[in-house]
Ligand binder design. Structure first.
Ligand code: MG
Length: 272
């Protein structure tokens, strides 16, 4: 892969099929949602390794997800997403640690997650519990040769940076999603990325609009048609000599999604 390989987020339901889909989009890499554990038996792993090699498509990260998560609106996200809620945290922490061990069998360099809204009060018990949980995840990932990448957007970049410093793990990184900064009303993407750029391992090429009502998310848009300012965003990544993957994300499905991914790919190529 060249500098800033272009990829896409795809389903982990059938990794082999997803790798073929990625190839058919003429892309070089992908991030997959975490497959079911049956995909981590040795015959299945061999098939995935072989597909990556034959197709020239690399899986650059796996996204953890948890039963019961809902992105309906901001209060629901606060309650249901990630590792913040103490009621669901222990089980989910176990899941992430297991995911790290599974992914290690494939040698994939990153495990990724939305950990939820990082609490803003640094002195609070909840904040410290989330720091401890992520520290434990980073230790497991380090032992497995992986980075743990935090998806951005649910908090401001300064809060995210402080959190990373408080965890204090070398392999705690950022998967920067410029659209999420807008959708959650967390800050202007170009200002935010400057605050966390030293931790950047990958970016999502996604676009969107600011929220129009309190408690609501903004609306996602095809890449280049929202308020991210894509030329400036990609130009900045070039300026800082970022060499990680540019991963297209379009949260719709079917033929329309495929069309938007292809248009995003062509837009990125024209601006690289
Ligand atoms: Mg994203």
């Amino acid at each position: 892969m060249g500098p800033r390989p272009i990829g896409v987020i795809a389903s982990g339901a059938d990794p082999e099929r997803s790798l073929n889909d990625v190839k058919s989009l003429d892309l070089e890499c992908c991030q997959l949602s975490m497959p079911e554990s049956r995909w981590f038996g040795e015959p299945q792993l061999s098939a995935i390794r072989e597909a990556q090699h034959q197709l020239g498509v690399e899986i650059v990260g796996f996204f953890c997800h948890f039963p019961g998560e809902s992105y309906a609106d901001i209060p629901t996200i606060q309650r249901t997403v990630g590792l913040v809620n103490p009621e669901t945290r222990p089980q989910r922490l176990t899941t992430v640690l297991e995911n790290s061990d599974l992914v290690a069998r494939l040698g994939t360099p990153a495990l990724l997650a939305h950990i939820g809204f990082i609490p803003e009060e640094r002195e609070g018990r909840l904040y410290n519990e989330v720091v401890a949980a992520v520290k434990q995840i980073c230790q497991r990932c380090a032992g497995n040769g992986q980075d743990f990448g935090l998806e951005t957007g649910q908090e401001t970049a300064p809060v995210l940076k402080q959190f990373i410093l408080d965890v204090g793990a070398d392999n705690l990184k950022v998967n920067f999603d410029p659209a999420n900064m807008l959708l959650y009303g967390s800050g202007k993407p170009l200002e935010a990325i400057k605050i966390v750029e030293e931790y950047l391992i990958s970016v999502h090429c996604k676009d969107g609009h600011w929220p129009t009502a309190p408690g609501k998310l903004g609306e996602e848009a095809p890449f280049g048609e929202g308020e991210v300012n894509v030329p400036a965003f990609l130009g900045y990544l070039r300026d800082i000599e970022f060499t990680g993957p540019l991963v297209i994300e379009r949260e719709i499905s079917g033929e329309e999604q495929r069309k938007d991914v292809i248009r995003a790919r062509d837009l990125i190529r024209s601006l690289q």
